[in-house]
Design a protein around this ligand. Structure first.
Ligand SMILES: [Fe+2]
Length: 235
């Protein structure tokens, strides 16, 4: 937690993590950088400082800035002002929620963007307060998620470990209690989205909250949502 450097996840993906507390729980927050041919794709940016900007500059130039959900937009403005030549993308509803962000390109399903030759995307259904967008970096078979899965590890404070051990998401990726109880508004729509994502080829999952998944990602995502995927269709 709280690295002062970019940590390589694989050949094209690196991350920068910081402690982040919600309700006394240290859930952490992580920014993910993907090296594309066109430049850097920065997912869920954190507020930049000089050290971070120096590290990023060694990786390449920032081209695409992604606010991946309606909650992961807190530092987008600060990050975007440090990289005025990059374009900012966000989920449906973000321009209304954060008018100060200015010219955001809204990400929609079925639309191609400047990064689409290397990165696939899917706006996840059923979670309207989040509108999380899932991404797949095809070259490294890496799925990039925001709040869909938590995977808190043994390096967290006791209360945080206990909470996720009891509710899911401790040492094994799982949707949070908050997502299951409060954010999930349409089970069928989320199920359709999961089935879409599960058709992608991926092994690894970069997460915003908790440890990244280094292998078996597809199976772990499927198991994490078995409670939903196992449900018979309503129609
Ligand atoms: Fe989050």
């Amino acid at each position: 937690m709280g690295e002062r450097m970019l940590v390589p996840f694989n050949t094209h993906v690196s991350t920068w993590s910081r402690p982040h507390y919600i309700g006394g729980l240290q859930i952490g927050s992580r920014m993910t950088l993907v090296k594309l041919r066109s430049g850097l794709f920065v997912h869920s940016p954190l507020s930049p400082d000089e050290g971070m900007q120096e590290s990023i500059a060694r990786e390449g130039h920032v081209k695409h800035i992604i606010a991946p959900s309606l909650y992961h937009c807190m530092h987008t403005e600060a990050f975007a002002s440090a990289y005025p030549n990059a374009k900012v993308y966000g989920p449906p509803g973000l321009p209304e929620k954060r008018p100060g962000l200015g010219a955001i390109r809204v990400i929609e399903n079925g639309v191609e963007y400047a990064w689409s030759d290397e990165v696939a995307h899917h706006v996840i259904g059923g979670l309207p307060a989040l509108n999380e967008v899932a991404f797949l970096h095809r070259g490294t078979e890496t799925l990039i998620l925001t709040d869909l899965l938590f995977n808190v590890g043994a390096n967290r404070p006791l209360l945080t470990r206990l909470f996720f051990w009891l509710t899911g998401g401790y040492n094994r990726p799982a949707p949070s209690l908050l997502l299951r109880r409060f954010f999930l508004k349409d089970r069928e729509a989320l199920k359709e989205s999961l089935l879409h994502i599960l058709e992608w080829d991926f092994e690894k999952i970069a997460l915003c909250h908790g440890n990244n998944v280094t292998h078996d990602g597809r199976r772990l995502l499927e198991e994490a949502f078995a409670f939903l995927l196992g449900e018979a269709r309503g129609d």
